[in-house]
Design a protein around this ligand. Structure first.
Ligand code: GTP
Ligand code: MG
Length: 226
């Protein structure tokens, strides 16, 4: 979703079950608005927070026009996948299988994964992508457009998410804390923001942007006038 929007609205970590809430991302171009919902992953969570996370994901599946089911390219079709496909089979929404991280494997390795999922007969289409490099990600947008209908946009066209700044800030802090911790600690982390000082952000932004533009102009050997 971050790659589609060109903005960080959902946090990314190397540990599973990081996304706890449903995160909304708004894509806009001159003709279309698409609202993406990033949900927690479906897993065998039986109790507490895990159970609620799975419920959030499953509830979303029936509320949307199209579901993208993301899988990695390097696992064979396992027990947990069978459980998930059982859930997916019961919903009426079209589902597209998205095989992510194709930058990490060769084409030969992807084929058996695609075949195993294809054999379930529940996917409308299969799209291999790399969220990291952006390869094929534009195809997700193009496919999504086919499932949109004419109407008034749900959101203004200049925002990437409806999450308040306080939530975005707490998620970014949680991401950094998860990346720095191990074992059970990452899963016990919750962040509560007491105060946000916007003044600091306003001071930093123009400066870092200026230095980025300056560097670019400098390295390409062009003269830049600011
Ligand atoms: N090489 C590679 N790594 C990726 C790609 N997409 C995601 N990753 C990595 O995979 C890990 C998991 O990414 P997340 O976005 O947190 O995955 P998720 O499916 O949202 O996981 P949860 O929200 O924790 O359930 C991170 O370390 C990412 O950097 C990709 O296309 N290629
Ligand atoms: Mg996530």
């Amino acid at each position: 979703m971050n790659q589609i929007l060109g903005e960080k609205v959902s946090i990314v970590t190397d540990k599973p079950q990081t996304t706890r809430n449903r995160i909304l991302g708004i894509y806009n171009d001159p003709n279309t608005q698409i609202v993406f919902l990033d949900t927690p992953g479906i897993h065998q969570g039986r109790r507490g927070l895990n159970k609620r996370m799975v419920q959030t994901a499953l509830a979303t599946l029936n509320e949307v026009d199209l579901v993208f089911f993301l899988v990695p390219p390097d696992i064979s079709f396992g027990v947990e996948d069978a459980l998930i496909t059982d859930h997916l089979r019961r919903i009426k929404t079209p589902i597209i299988l998205v095989v992510n991280k194709i930058d990490t494997v060769s084409q030969d390795q992807i084929i058996p994964v695609l075949q195993a999922y294809h054999a379930t007969g529940i996917f409308t289409d299969v799209i291999p992508i790399s969220a990291l490099t952006g390869k094929n990600v534009d195809r997700l947008v193009e496919v999504s457009k086919k499932f949109t209908s004419e109407g008034t946009p749900f959101f203004p066209d200049d925002i990437a998410t409806d999450q308040p700044m306080r939530f975005l800030a707490s998620e970014i802090i949680r991401e950094k804390a998860i990346l720095k911790t191990r074992d059970e600690v990452p899963y016990a982390i919750a962040v509560d923001i007491e105060k946000i000082q916007r003044k600091i952000l306003q001071k930093l932004r123009p400066r870092s942007m200026w230095s980025a533009i300056h560097k670019k102009a400098f390295s390409s050997g062009r003269r830049a006038v600011f």
